[in-house]
Design a protein around this ligand. Structure first.
Ligand code: IPE
Ligand code: IPE
Ligand code: MG
Length: 251
């Protein structure tokens, strides 16, 4: 079993029968966390990896089935080369160090993103992790790495168009279900809950299709301060929301 940290008090407030199946997280605020302490942004990114470890464990403990974390966006290439280098090496280090424990805990690792532009060594580490854990049946950890929702949607559009062009499909047959089979999330339900840290209230090109009816919880703490207790608190907030999907409340 995973080692437990803070959060036992918050755990008592959670209805274990209504845990979201799919939790998506925008891990934001590493840079600001460090800068507030007078430290370089890289220190924030390193601390962010620690938070990720704790949240993966906490999610598994709750019985969340799919956890999708935004690790690097298609827009993050705009950052200084030095910061990109640090982020990539931390992402590689994370998977290299955690793989054995993740595998031992039955976690299945997947990557969502434009693989061709990910540095070869980083991609290799993730591909190996995916391969090693592909038959695991526990928590599915989707790492959104070089991920951008618009590119994901365009990729799906092109694949569907190709099927139409080849005659395998006609235009009238295109449904939401068929379209979704071309997204990275083809094997997951839509996230019921989307959490963003650091107080920012935007999606930043994350899961634009899939989050159509996600409950969004914005946490003021920066990502390195996110922990088991805050994870449990966001689940409690989610459980207090009324999800209507365009309908009206019954009774
Ligand atoms: C999240 O923290 C990590 C990535 C986006 C890769 P940031 O680096 O965006 O930190 P802030 O938002 O600048 O504080
Ligand atoms: C979103 O955060 C991407 C990740 C967390 C990987 P950003 O920090 O890149 O988003 P913006 O620029 O504030 O919208
Ligand atoms: Mg940010």
């Amino acid at each position: 079993m995973w080692k437990k940290d803070s959060g036992d008090v918050q755990l008592k407030n959670i209805d274990m029968k209504r845990i979201p199946r799919h939790l998506a997280i925008i891990m934001d605020g590493n840079g600001r966390w460090a800068q507030q302490k007078g430290l370089p942004r890289s220190v924030g990114h390193r601390a962010g990896v620690e938070a990720l470890r704790e949240v993966v464990r906490g999610s598994d403990e709750l019985g969340i089935k799919y956890l999708t974390v935004y690790a690097f966006s298609t827009e993050n290439w705009k950052r200084p080369q030095s910061e990109i280098g640090i982020l990539m090496s931390l992402l590689k280090e994370y998977i290299r160090k955690e793989l054995a424990e993740l595998h031992a805990n039955n976690v299945k690792i997947c990557i969502f993103g434009q693989e061709e532009d990910i540095p070869k060594d980083v991609l290799k580490a993730y591909n190996e992790a995916c391969e090693k854990t592909k038959n695991n049946t526990g928590l599915v950890l989707n790492v959104a790495l070089n991920y951008g929702s618009r590119i994901e949607i365009l990729k799906a559009v092109k694949e569907v168009a190709q099927e139409v062009q080849s005659g395998a499909l006609n235009v009238q047959q295109i449904t939401e279900e068929i379209f979704e089979k071309h997204l990275y999330t083809k094997d997951c339900p839509d996230p019921e809950l989307l959490v963003r840290t650091s107080g920012e209230m935007r999606l930043s090109n994350y899961l634009l299709w899939q989050a159509a009816y996600s409950e969004i919880v914005i946490v003021n703490e920066c990502w390195p301060d996110f922990n088991r207790a805050l994870l449990f608190e966001t689940i409690r907030i989610f459980q207090n929301r009324e999800r209507r999907f365009g309908g009206v409340k019954e009774g």
